[in-house]
Design a protein around this ligand. Structure first.
Ligand code: AFP
Length: 354
């Protein structure tokens, strides 16, 4: 049977990839290595190692229910008591292996109780959530890998925890991969936040947004509103005033979005603004929210700040910049809010009100 159908996806015009400068992640990292004689080369090698691994992980994710990694709950739990799925474990194994051939001494992962010592002679550590949003795996929703790169402090063999108890401001780089409609890599090495999109055509990550800036104002918020009754009065007051719309004190309508994978919500906020919140609440085990400071809040806060946004913790002690907090443990949770700077400031104002 013959068909005259012509796919609209086959076009002769140049793609945006061809029009873009064509800067690949490798070029970008080579430049970073050359212009930062101290840590630049090592950080670049680590980021490249992570990026290569993300392509492998993405291939497994793309198989979906047809692949063996979607076998479901594995029966074991991680350090925080969450069910682990096959894919969490697989992603963790892949990233751990990838870090063996780059200058990483310590690997601190959401999936492993204690940091893993890879090579005590090396000078860098990686804090990672290998599969953020893993409860969305079976639902074909975007999930991701989020990480921060830290300098090793003290003696990694004797006291591996010490390195992970540095504030987020010590991070040399941070980023996340998002396994969504596109495989994208959001990264900062301390000079802005940049987004690379993986091109299957060229087999490389290509710079798509250089120095992305989060719009400082927004009318979109992200929170799991089903927890409303569990929040503090201040948190409820802030959200209630957003919901009051044009007739309320904010005088405008706010829209809500909640993916349930922080990386996906963060990506949207980087692209079009917004505020993300996971506050502490009254549920058992949720007094400091759900997100982990060292390998979730710190990386996303570096990316938000480097994109002109803000990132804070609001709790009974007041308002603190996330990147200034000294962690008490690798798996510590933290109430987190980040996004458009003016909206983050506004939330901080509500939190300070008596
Ligand atoms: P999982 O990785 O266990 O799915 O957790 C994802 C997450 O830490 C973060 O990515 C989401 O923003 C948040 O949890 C969603 O939490 P709720 O299910 O309480 O809305």
């Amino acid at each position: 049977m013959t068909s005259n159908y012509v796919s609209p996806f086959i076009i002769d015009e140049p793609t945006r990839e061809q029009i873009l400068t064509g800067t690949s992640l490798e070029d970008f990292l080579e430049n970073h290595a050359k212009s930062n004689p101290g840590d630049g080369r090592a950080v670049s090698d680590i980021l490249l190692g992570l990026a290569k691994c993300s392509i492998q992980v993405r291939e497994t994710i793309n198989q979906g229910a047809l692949g063996s990694a979607f076998a479901g709950v594995k029966g074991s739990t991680n350090a925080d008591g969450d069910n682990q799925k096959e894919l969490d474990v697989l992603a963790d194994d892949n990233f751990l292996d990838a870090m063996r051939s780059v200058p990483v001494a310590l690997y601190g992962s959401e999936e492993i109780n204690n940091p893993v010592l890879l090579d005590s002679e090396k000078k860098y550590a990686i804090a990672i959530d290998p599969l953020d949003g893993s409860s969305n795996i079976d639902t074909n929703v975007s999930i991701g890998t989020i990480f921060g790169v830290l300098p090793v402090v003290g003696e990694p063999a004797k006291n591996p925890d010490e390195t992970f108890l540095q504030p987020g401001s010590a991070q040399l780089a941070a980023g996340f991969f998002i396994y969504g409609p596109q495989l994208a890599f959001v990264v900062s090495v301390g000079n802005g936040t940049h987004i690379f999109v993986y091109s299957a055509r060229s087999g490389a990550f290509i710079l798509a947004y250089e120095n992305i800036m989060i719009p400082d104002q927004t009318n979109e918020f992200a929170i799991n509103a089903s927890n409303h009754r569990q929040w503090s009065a201040k948190q409820q007051h802030y959200i209630d005033e957003l919901l009051a719309g044009v007739d309320g004190p904010r005088g405008k309508r706010f829209n809500m979005r909640w993916v349930g994978s922080m990386v996906a919500d963060a990506y949207r906020i980087l692209i079009r603004g917004g505020i993300f919140m996971y506050p502490g609440d009254r549920r058992k085990g949720y007094s400091d929210g759900r997100l982990r400071l060292v390998y979730e809040a710190n990386p996303v806060s570096m990316l938000a700040e480097q994109a002109g946004g803000g990132a804070i913790c609001c709790n009974k002690d007041g308002v603190t910049r996330i990147l200034d907090i000294i962690p008490t443990g690798l798996h510590q949770r933290i109430p987190l809010a980040f996004g458009s700077s003016k909206e983050v400031d506004c939330l901080a104002g509500y939190s300070k009100k008596s």
